[in-house]
Every structure is written in C-alpha cells, then in structure tokens.
Design a protein around this ligand. Structure first.
Ligand SMILES: [Mg+2]
Length: 261
C-alpha cells in the first residue's frame, strides 16, 4: 500500500507523540516510511521553530532532523517572503520570532508593523492585545499561523492559537491569511519543498477537519490514525472520509486498516 506514494506528510501530536510521550512503535514506523519515500512533519504548533520542534521530539524519544519539520511558524515565515522582507509585530512564542528572523523579516514595534503575525501564546496579556489593536488600526495586515481551538498537553487541553485569533475577531479584525492546516498554504509549501504532486502524497493525521479535510481538498490520499483526538465513534457519519483508517501509525505501516461504515 505505502509503495504507491512518493511522500508522506505526518502530523506530530496524536500521531508520533501524545502528551509528551512517544506513541508505541512510532519511531520504527517513521523509519519504515523514510525507507519508502520522502517524509515531512507538518504541524500547526507555532510555539517552536524547526530546531525547537526537533528538540522537543528528541526529548520524547523521536529522532528527526529540523529540516524534516514544518511547524506553522516556519510556514508563516516562508509564506511572507512573497511580500519581501516584511516589518512585523507578533503575538506568539519563540517559534514565530525565530523563524521570522531566519527568513529575513524584521521585528519592529506595533507602531511600525506592516504585518501582525499571531499564534498560540501562553503569555497572552491584555497589553499584547492592545498593542495588536494599535497595529491593526494603523493598517497592519493580519496573518494567523493556525486557528486550532485547543492544544493537547499532558495535563489536558489548553487554549490554542484560535483563542488569540478569537480575541482579535472580537475586536473586529479577521486574518487575511491562515497558513496552518487545513489551509492549502501549509500543504502547498510542503509539496513545493518535496517536489511531488498532491496525488503522490499520503497525509497521515489524527484530526478530521485539519489533517484529513485539508489534505483531501488538495487531492491527497489521507490516513486517519485513532491514536489522537479522533475516536472511531466520531468518524462514523462524519462528512470527511479518510482513504485509510488505522489504530495508530505502527498499524498503518503494517497495512492493518480498520473498516469504517
Ligand atoms: Mg494532531
């Protein structure tokens, strides 16, 4: 089954790790996928850069190169290059700042920003929202790394980037671009780097609306693993139909699919 694909896009949380620990068999399955085709990890998590994401995975016992990971912080910085080196302000964590800097963009204050880049921010304050409002009222354009409502941690779900975007919407401003899954932008940046067509790719993820729905809209085959946020119950009657369903990544690479009616 896997042999028909030239490349594999994998989500991270719920596919390789869950709550800071590796999902059993994930590292071995990842190695097998690498032996079959190109592998890229596509995650909406914007709190870390590529280097930071690789370090986080290493702590969990999953070994990947920074170049194999596309967090939405990286996708945002690469996407903005089409507007040149932009002057930006941000609400988010180190991942956004590190990737924006690496791409040549220039961090300025909210008074001078052409772009406001927002992602999940565990240090969100009223002052940050007030600064963002100042930038937006001056005409800064708004880019969201993603709009995930929640983010999984060992202690349970915490507010995701959607909470920040929601606060800005509450002030009357909507993002001009959202680059993370299910946006086509994330998938297109990945396809360009991999040098493959959508139909040659299998997207493997645990969220129906972002991983599976977004990839399917671009014509990719999809595999839903039930090791993350989506359970078999939820899948039944869902409008999004993955090409394959498996218990986890390990079962998927062994070709052990689950039938869903
Ligand atoms: Mg996930």
């Amino acid at each position: 089954m896997l042999g028909q694909y030239k490349a594999f896009l994998l989500d991270i949380d719920g596919v390789l790790v869950r709550g800071g620990v590796p999902i059993p068999g994930a590292q071995e399955a990842l190695t097998q996928l690498r032996n079959t085709g190109k592998v890229l990890l596509l995650t909406n998590n914007s709190t870390k850069s590529r280097v930071g994401s690789a370090a986080r995975l290493r702590e969990c016992g999953i070994f990947v190169e920074p170049s194999e990971i596309f967090p939405s912080s990286y996708v945002a910085a690469q996407f903005l290059r089409r507007f040149g080196c932009v002057r930006y302000w941000y609400i988010g964590e180190a991942g956004i700042r590190e990737e924006m800097e690496a791409a040549g963009h220039v961090l300025v204050g909210p008074e001078a920003a052409e772009w406001l880049v927002v992602g999940m921010d565990r240090g969100l304050t009223y002052e940050k929202l007030a600064q963002a409002l100042r930038a937006l009222l001056r005409g800064a354009r708004l880019l969201a790394t993603n709009e995930d409502k929640t983010f999984p941690t060992p202690e349970g779900l915490v507010p995701g980037a959607g909470a920040v975007v929601g606060a800005l919407r509450g002030m009357g401003f909507s993002p001009q671009f959202v680059v993370g899954k299910p946006s086509a932008i994330a998938f297109e940046v990945a396809l360009t780097v991999l040098g493959v067509q959508a139909k040659e790719v299998l997207m493997i993820g645990d969220r129906l609306e972002t991983d599976i729905g977004g990839a399917a809209r671009l014509g990719m085959d999809t595999a839903l693993v039930l090791s993350g946020v989506t359970g078999a119950e939820e899948l039944r009657g869902a409008p999004v139909r993955p090409t394959y369903v498996a218990r986890d990544l390990s079962a998927l690479v062994r070709g052990e699919f689950l039938a869903v009616d």
